[in-house]
Design a protein around this ligand. Sequence first.
Ligand SMILES: [Fe+2]
Length: 194
Amino acid sequence: MTEQAPDHEQGPPTATEILKHEHQLVMLVVEAMEREADKIETTGEIDFDDVARMVDFSENFTDGCHHAKEEKSLFPRLRESNAGMQAPTSVMLQQHESGRQRIRAVDAALPAARQGDADATRLVAENLRAYAVGLRDHIGKENEVLFPMADGILSSDDQRRLAIEFDRIESEEVGAGVHEKYHAMARELAGKGA
Ligand SMILES: [Fe+2]
């Protein structure tokens, strides 16, 4: 998947465009996870440095940066604007949580896998794959269903305010320079599949 810049021709990107752009970055790592799961299942060998970076990216970019914007800013705004958004945003939150559990399971299996434990090695591959499959489906639902609904509900002022909140979440809660670090990491992991 090629990462593409959001459409800036009509002015600054909207909140949902910012999130869709981040999805492109997340998908680079999801694809790398699927390749790693295939390789582990074929060879029984784990690239521990790469898997550690996949866990780091998933915890600190996908969850700490991207899901934080959705959970702290976009979803509450949608629920305030439209009671009908309660159910779809609750489903999205559950999917974020099941992804967190999969990443914790990968992380928990790594020490034994390093010692050559075959069951732990299998758990690393299984949970990488389950995370990747789940997140691919989740991102598809957000891009194709939830964000178009959000675009219909939010005014352009709402979108602008959310984009400002995203900047605040990124600078105050995630930290300066973190976004760039994870952009570089995603591209490196993606480059290994080229
Ligand atoms: Fe998302």
